[in-house]
Design a protein around this ligand. Structure first.
Ligand code: F6R
Length: 605
């Protein structure tokens, strides 16, 4: 989604701004731009192509300046055309970039038109630029503080004014914004990753904060207008994340990083303890009688998988809901339910809103399973479990998913232990299995050449069905989502037992049916479902555990997984589905890391 970078320095800041945009490219965008104060005047370059095109433009026009802002835009209001690309100007005096959506932009536009402002874009952003221009009385910081009071909706903004040559002012409400602290220079960005090349010291702004960055310091006020201190933290972890290394795409790199990401996420000690989730987790866990999991997309599927673990291992009733549905329906709150939000980014607008909605309904106990320690979700929940996947650049989530599963499995076993449902022997066995997982994953990753051979077949298809049962049904859902989002092949997943209730009508020789076949208690039932497919001529592509005795024969292609991995088997079985989607997309020549219409970190509703 949209990305912001801003900087004040005593050197030409354009290369820093453009490099920041390059680092934010992975979030998805359809236009980009940069503006600087150059000899006291705002000047800008904008592009509806890639950041590399913008870079070429700024070099050709020798755009330079020591104070500036830049943006990648993912269109919401108005098409991705140059006039709508940010920075947006007001009367060649104010330049502004904006992430989020201003809900009352129509009434503000009417009010500003009445004052004589002309609108040249279709964006909601233009009202903020004109509003700030209309309210400016010599102090940009003060003006922004007053202007944001009139905005309804979610936003992060960065703004410059031609009369204040060494100042960038920012504000956030519902969208992230971080200050990068340098030596005699300071920065703003929507994601610390954007500034990784310039500083490793960051202050994360709170909701409602307004900030002024200057050469020699940073001034912040909170939503009440009171001076605020935000802790400056050293975050050095972003270095290698944007380097591709020997891989063709970030998605491939991230699939292969999973053994390392899981190693980093598995708890260090010799036991499952409530402390892994926060200081007062033990008291919270003793007080709850059920779980309500809220998430979107891939994170929702990790929640669906966790439900099986939570109900079978911990025997705790668990409900899993799509965040965007939960937030708008009338639910019956149970104050004894622990609300668990799952999110790679910790900034997904729907999940954040669902969390706030749950809190407003009286849910006091909340937990985030999240990959970003400084995210809004982690800050707004009572408890947190951090996955250590590292920055995920590919839009299609891979290592974030498997590390979420690790975190949720640890939650299930911890709750089971506290409820006396897991003894020391079983606990040690679970821990041993977790510790062996990275090695088991390496043997699954070694199947890549066989999966590449299948992907060449899949690349010629337009539809695919995915089947799984029980604990592996959410894995089938995740496999179908991966395939559709990056290869654009229409894919649907069903619990295999549901086939005969409708989707079997779709099965012909032209329909590949991917089957997740672990050697669990449902295997014989699954084999019957596979026969139903074969009887209709459907072509089966089966990822079968080595001990299932499913063999390749006419119309049944089998890739052999390791021996059955018990409760943790979903973490192994999802990996070949990620690889299948990845290589199918490569064979079809799609933009794997930035699939069309999609964005990383969906910060708008
Ligand atoms: C799919 C994918 C998305 C995200 C969803 C939630 O590959 O990445 O479905 O899972 O947008 O994002 P987070 O986990 O950041 O809340």
């Amino acid at each position: 989604m949209c990305g912001i970078v801003g900087a004040v320095a005593q050197r030409n800041i354009v290369p820093v701004l453009v490099e920041g945009l390059r680092r934010l490219e992975y979030r998805g965008y359809d236009s980009c731009g940069v503006a600087v104060l150059s000899h006291g005047e705002p000047r800008r370059a904008r592009s509806v192509a890639r950041v590399s095109d913008l870079d070429a433009q700024v070099k050709e026009s020798s755009l330079a300046g020591m104070t500036g802002i830049a943006h990648t835009r993912w269109a919401t209001h108005g098409a991705p055309v140059t006039d709508n690309a940010h920075p947006i100007f007001s009367r060649d005096t104010v330049a502004l970039v904006h992430n989020g959506i201003i809900e009352n932009y129509e009434s503000l536009r009417t009010m500003l038109r009445d004052k004589g402002y002309e609108f040249v874009s279709q964006t909601d952003t233009e009202v903020i630029a004109h509003l700030i221009h209309s309210m400016y009385r010599g102090d940009l910081f003060q003006t922004v503080r007053e202007a944001v009071k009139l905005l309804h909706g979610a936003y992060a903004i960065a703004v410059i004014h031609k009369d204040q040559p060494h100042t960038v002012v920012g504000a956030r409400q519902g969208s992230p914004l971080v200050v990068g602290v340098g030596e005699g220079e300071n920065f703003l960005a929507s994601d610390a990753l954007a500034l990784a090349g310039s500083t490793d010291r960051f202050a994360f702004l709170e909701e409602g904060d307004v900030v002024e960055i200057a050469l020699d310091g940073v001034k912040i006020v909170d939503r009440q207008g009171l001076p605020a201190e935000r802790e400056v933290r050293v975050v050095a972890a972003y270095g290698g994340a944007v380097e591709l290394g020997p891989y063709r795409h970030f998605m491939q790199k991230e699939i292969f990083e999973q053994p390392r990401a899981i190693t980093d996420t598995i708890p260090q000690g010799d036991e499952f303890t409530a402390n892994l989730f926060g200081e007062n987790a033990k008291d919270v866990f003793a007080d709850i009688d059920s779980l309500l999991i809220l998430a979107c997309g891939t994170s929702y599927y990790s929640g669906l998988t966790a439900k099986y673990w939570l109900e079978s291992i911990a025997k705790i009733p668990t409900q899993v809901e799509i965040a965007s549905e939960y937030r708008y329906r009338e639910s019956v709150p149970n104050p004894k339910a622990l609300v668990v939000v799952i999110s790679q980014s910790g900034e997904t607008a729907d999940t954040l809103a669902a969390l706030k909605h749950a809190q407003s309904l009286g849910h006091a106990h909340t937990l985030a399973v999240c990959n970003v320690a400084t995210s809004a979700m982690v800050r707004q929940t009572e408890l947190a479990f951090l996955t250590h996947a590292g920055t995920e650049i590919g839009v299609a989530s891979t290592k974030a998913f498997t590390t979420q599963l690790v975190g949720l499995f640890v939650l299930a076993v911890t709750l089971a232990k506290l409820r006396g449902r897991v003894d020391a022997k079983q606990e040690a066995a679970y821990l041993g299995q977790l510790r062996h997982l990275p090695a088991a994953l390496n043997s699954v990753l070694a199947l890549e050449p066989q999966i590449i051979a299948w992907s060449e077949e899949f690349a010629r298809k337009e539809n695919a069905l995915f089947l799984g049962r029980g604990l592996h049904y959410p894995i089938a859902l995740e496999g179908a989502l991966k395939l559709k989002e990056i290869s654009y092949i229409h894919a649907e997943a069903y619990p295999a037992g549901e086939l005969k209730h409708g989707p079997l009508a779709l099965v012909t020789e032209a329909m590949p049916v991917v089957t997740v076949a672990p050697n669990d208690t449902l295997l014989e039932k699954l084999k019957s479902n596979m026969q139903e497919v074969r009887a209709r001529g459907g072509e089966l592509y089966v990822f079968a555990d080595a001990d299932t005795r499913i063999v390749s024969e006419d119309g049944i292609h089998v890739i052999r997984m390791p021996e059955h991995y018990g409760a943790l088997s979903p973490i192994l079985h999802v990996v070949p589905l990620q690889l299948l989607a990845y290589h199918t997309a490569c064979a079809r020549g799609t933009d794997v890391d930035k699939p069309r219409n999609l964005a990383k970190s969906v910060t708008v509703e």
